[in-house]
Design a protein around this ligand. Structure first.
Ligand code: FAD
Ligand code: EPU
Length: 284
C-alpha cells in the first residue's frame, strides 16, 4: 500500500496517511485510512480491527502511527447541507457539529447551544459526549444507528453510557447516524442562549490544539490548577502549555507526540494532584 489512494471493491477509498493531517493537534504518524461513503463500504472497513475517526479534535496519536485501520465516514454520512428546520431529525455521524449548531440557530431550534465552538463531527461528539458547563450532547440525543460486528443496531441514547466526556459504546462499534430532538424556539432566543457559551470560550486559544488536555476534577478546573502551579508557557519541544488557558497544550508548529506526552507527564508531576487526560490516545 502506498500513499496513492486505491478504491476497494466495496467502494471504500484506502490510503496511507499521516494522522497529523487528520487531527487538530497536528501530530501523529501513519495509518491505513479507509474513507467510506455508504453502509457496504463501512461494513467492509469495519470487518478488521479499526479505530473510528471523526474530526480528530480530541486525539493524541503516537509518532509511530497505528496498526489498526482508521475508518473515516465521508460525505455519504454528512447531512449538514440537508439539515433544515426539522426539530426531530436523523443525521449522519460525519455531519460537522459547527455547521449543525449554526443552522439550528438560523432555524430557531434550541438544544445545541451549549455545543457552540466544539469542532467535532457528530459521531465524535457522541462518543465523547462533548459539552460545556451549559450542557452536553446527551441533552438532545435520542437514539443511534451503530455498526457492530457487521450488523446495524438501533440503540437508545441511554444505552450508550454517556457521562462527563465519556461513553461506553459497544466494543468495535462504528456510529453511523443519530437522531436528535431539538425544541422549536426562535433564532433570537437561540442566539441569546449561545451568548454565555461564546463568552466562556473567549479565553481559549485559537492556536493549534486538541481542546482541553485534562478532564476537570470534580468541583474544580484543571486549567485553574495548572495555572496556579505556574505552568503556563511550560514547553517541551514545540508543545507548550498555552498562556491563554492552562488546560490547552498548543502545537507551536513542529511538536511531536513524544513532546506532547513528555509535557503531559511533566504537568501531572508538577501539579501535585492526579489529573486524568481527556484526549483519546492512539498507538501510545
Ligand atoms: P475524534 O477526536 O475524531 O475522536 C474522539 C473519539 O471518538 C475517539 O475515541 C473516536 O474513536 C471516537 N469516534 C469518533 N467518531 C466515531 C464514530 N463514528 N463511531 C464511534 N466512535 C467514534 N470538547 C468538549 O467536550 N467541549 C468543548 O468545549 C471542547 N472544545 C474544544 C475546542 C477546541 C479548539 C478543540 C480542538 C477541541 C475541543 N473539544 C471540546 C474536544 C473535541 O472537540 C471533542 O472531544 C469532540 O467531541 C471530538 O469529536 P471528533 O469528531 O473530533 O472526534
Ligand atoms: N482558569 C484559570 N487559568 C486558566 C484557565 C482557567 O485560572 O489558565 C480558571 C478560570 O478563571 C475559571 C475556571 O478556571 O475560574 C474555569 O475555566 P473555564 O471557564 O475556562 O472552564 P474550564 O473548566 O477550564 C471547561 C471545559 C471546556 C469548555 C469550557 C467552557 C473541561 C476539561 N473543560 O473548561 O471544554 O469549553 O469549560 O464551558 O471540561 C474540552 O473539553 O476540550 C473543553 C475545551
Amino acid at each position: 500500500m502506498t500513499r496513492e489512494q486505491t478504491v476497494h471493491p466495496s467502494g471504500a477509498i484506502v490510503r496511507i496517511r499521516p494522522l497529523a493531517e487528520l487531527t487538530t493537534l497536528r501530530v501523529g504518524g501513519p495509518a491505513e485510512v479507509w474513507e467510506v461513503d455508504d453502509l457496504a463500504a463501512a461494513r467492509e472497513a469495519a470487518s478488521e480491527p479499526f479505530l473510528a475517526l471523526g474530526a480528530g479534535s480530541n486525539l493524541l496519536v503516537s509518532d509511530a502511527g497505528v496498526n489498526e485501520r482508521v475508518v473515516k465516514l465521508g460525505r455519504g454520512f454528512d447531512d449538514g447541507r440537508a439539515f433544515g428546520a426539522e426539530a426531530d431529525v436523523w443525521l449522519g455521524a460525519a455531519t460537522p457539529l459547527p455547521g449543525l449548531v449554526r443552522r439550528a440557530r438560523e432555524a430557531g431550534l434550541s438544544g445545541l447551544e451549549p455545543l457552540l465552538g466544539i469542532p467535532a463531527a457528530l459521531g465524535g461528539a457522541i462518543a465523547m459526549n462533548a459539552g460545556t458547563r451549559h450542557g452536553e450532547m446527551s441533552d438532545t440525543l435520542q437514539e443511534v444507528d451503530i455498526l457492530v460486528n457487521g450488523n446495524v443496531e438501533r440503540l437508545p441514547a441511554d444505552a450508550l453510557g454517556l457521562a462527563y466526556r465519556r461513553s461506553s459504546l459497544p466494543k468495535g462499534g462504528l456510529l453511523l447516524r443519530a437522531r436528535l430532538a431539538l425544541t422549536p424556539s426562535t433564532p433570537e432566543r437561540v442566539a441569546a442562549a449561545m451568548a454565555p457559551v461564546d463568552a466562556a470560550r473567549q479565553g481559549q486559544p485559537k492556536a493549534t490544539s486538541a481542546g482541553c488536555a485534562f478532564k476537570n476534577p470534580e468541583g474544580d478546573s484543571a486549567g485553574r490548577i495548572i495555572d496556579a502551579a505556574g505552568l503556563k508557557g511550560l514547553r517541551v519541544g514545540d508543545a507548550m502549555v498555552s498562556h491563554e488557558h492552562a488546560n490547552f497544550i498548543v502545537n507551536l508548529g513542529a511538536a511531536t507526540a513524544a513532546d506532547v506526552e513528555a509535557l503531559l507527564k511533566e504537568i501531572q508531576e508538577r501539579v501535585g494532584q492526579p489529573l486524568e487526560v481527556e484526549w483519546q490516545r492512539w498507538g501510545v
